[in-house]
Design a protein around this ligand. Structure first.
Ligand code: ADP
Ligand code: MG
Length: 232
């Protein structure tokens, strides 16, 4: 399904929350690199998709009613074989059904295990007076606490994206810290511009949350994404 069809379908179903699979499809279409993610509705399907994607894999609950998936026991990373996928599928279902008895669960999202990179967050929010705003920051617990993020009003150009990646306090972490690889800043800046272009041309996007994005020496990958549509 194309991005615009996904949004149309959600509207018809009178929902404002898109699943991770839907969000990644839309962002992928906008030229933003997301880990390939597929829906499995049964344990057998989860195994078949895992074999196709290649181990190790990550399984996550797929439900519009569960946005904080880890909190509900809905994420299992680094599953190495069929047995682990079967066990992971069952554990996710049991745990999420217990945490959210009324949730509408469509299945489990299967994706490849991305190699670890520098954790970034990127997204957009809608400011009541300025309209859509893009944001960029470092991910992880420290930054959740420090709220070290840069904001710009949409639309942004490359030079604004360059300023954003340069103005966060933790920018040293992006330049390569204690033997860590430096992050591919050009790629991150390109993602910010694409994100801005996408919300500028797509009406009805309330919020986009890409958390985390893994930044590498070459490239970056979105491993979790959420899109909220405006209520009207
Ligand atoms: P939540 O809804 O709780 O935010 P996430 O999809 O962000 O769930 O998953 C939780 C954590 O699991 C992420 O912060 C990341 O560290 C790890 N993770 C998720 N997806 C992947 C993946 N495809 N590859 C590697 N690690 C992942
Ligand atoms: Mg997340």
């Amino acid at each position: 399904m194309t991005g615009s069809k996904i949004i149309e379908k959600a509207r018809q179903e009178k929902r404002t929350v898109l699943t991770e699979i839907e969000a990644k499809t839309i962002l992928g279409e906008a030229g933003i690199n997301c880990t390939e993610t597929k829906l499995a509705t049964t344990r057998e399907e989860a195994v078949a998709l895992s074999e196709k994607i290649g181990y190790p894999v990550v399984l996550k609950i797929s439900s519009v009613d569960i946005t904080h998936k880890s909190d509900a026991g809905g994420v299992k990373v680094n599953l190495a074989d069929q047995t682990e996928v079967e066990k992971g599928f069952d554990e996710i279902m049991t745990s999420c059904r217990a945490a959210f008895p009324d949730a509408d669960i469509e299945g489990v999202a299967v994706q490849g295990m991305a190699k670890i990179g520098t954790e970034i967050i990127m997204g957009t929010i809608k400011d009541p007076s300025f309209g859509p705003v893009v944001m960029f920051g470092l991910g992880g617990i420290l930054v959740e606490v420090l709220k070290d993020v840069a904001f710009r009003i949409v639309p942004i150009e490359k030079k604004d994206a360059v300023a954003m990646t340069g103005e966060i306090q933790g920018k040293k972490l992006l330049e390569g810290y204690r033997g860590q690889d430096p992050a591919d800043l050009a790629c991150l800046q390109d993602m910010l511009v694409r994100l801005s272009d996408f919300v500028e041309k797509t009406p009805g996007i309330e919020e986009i949350d890409m958390n985390p994005v893994f930044a590498y020496k070459d490239g970056a990958a979105v491993v979790d994404a959420r899109i909220i549509l405006s209520a009207d």
